[in-house]
Ligand binder design. Structure first.
Ligand SMILES: [Ca+2]
Ligand SMILES: [Ca+2]
Length: 219
């Protein structure tokens, strides 16, 4: 499966229109790459957050890549953080103090980062002096296109591990639908006009759980 940028196509390097980050504007010349970075200084001793919502709908295996560092003069209780939101709670990935050189965080996030219109990331800084900075650079979120959308022709092969939630009616045009692997497949919409429906887990304990709700189902 190809991997596509969901945010920060180039990636986001905080410099002009060639590496745009439209929602974030606190720029600083201490940069990992391409002249400027995102920065935060003297947040008054409380966490200040730069936050964005990036829908990961129809994407699986969502990864976050970001470089970070600080001004290396933080006192006890002062931090730079990187969190992401799974729709219910914030999950902390980076929580550091006194990282003097740009350091890469690059990980595939857990499955509830995938196919999630409420997915967010936030970059936090807590310090209390004008010479105390947090810096972030080269922000990128990537994912693989999931199997949750029917192409409109041929059979529909769904990976159950994509944890699809189908909310718009799907007409299979007389083709087959197979849902295989381990995970969940849920639909609140109608899936119609299919020839065969095939559902299979990978073993008796690793099942694909299929749910119909809100009146929608296979019809
Ligand atoms: Ca930069
Ligand atoms: Ca301080």
């Amino acid at each position: 499966m190809p991997r596509w940028p969901l945010f920060g196509a180039k990636p986001c390097r905080f410099t002009g229109s060639s590496h745009p980050c439209p929602l974030w504007s606190a720029r600083h010349a201490d940069s990992h790459q391409a002249v400027q970075s995102l920065s935060a200084k003297n947040t008054g001793g409380i966490f200040a957050w730069n936050e964005i919502n990036v829908s990961t709908q129809n994407y699986s295996n969502v990864s976050l890549s970001i470089y970070y560092k600080d001004s290396n003069n933080f006192e006890v209780g002062e931090f730079l953080s990187v969190d992401w939101y799974n729709g219910t709670t914030w999950i902390n990935e980076v929580n550091v103090s006194n990282v003097a050189t740009y350091t890469l965080f690059n990980q595939t996030l857990s499955t509830n980062a995938a196919n999630n219109s409420n997915f967010k990331i936030r970059l936090g800084c807590k310090n209390n002096a004008a010479n105390e900075f947090c810096y972030w650079d080269n922000v990128q979120i990537t994912g693989q296109t999931s199997t949750c959308t029917y192409s409109g022709s041929g059979n529909w092969l769904v990976s159950c591990s994509d944890n699809c939630l189908i909310t718009s009616n799907v007409n299979l045009l007389g083709n087959n639908i197979s849902i295989t692997g381990t995970g969940t497949f849920s639909t609140t919409a109608n899936i119609t006009n299919f020839k065969q429906l095939f559902i299979a887990g990978t073993s008796s304990t690793n099942r694909c759980q299929v749910y119909c709700s809100g009146g929608g189902c296979f019809k």
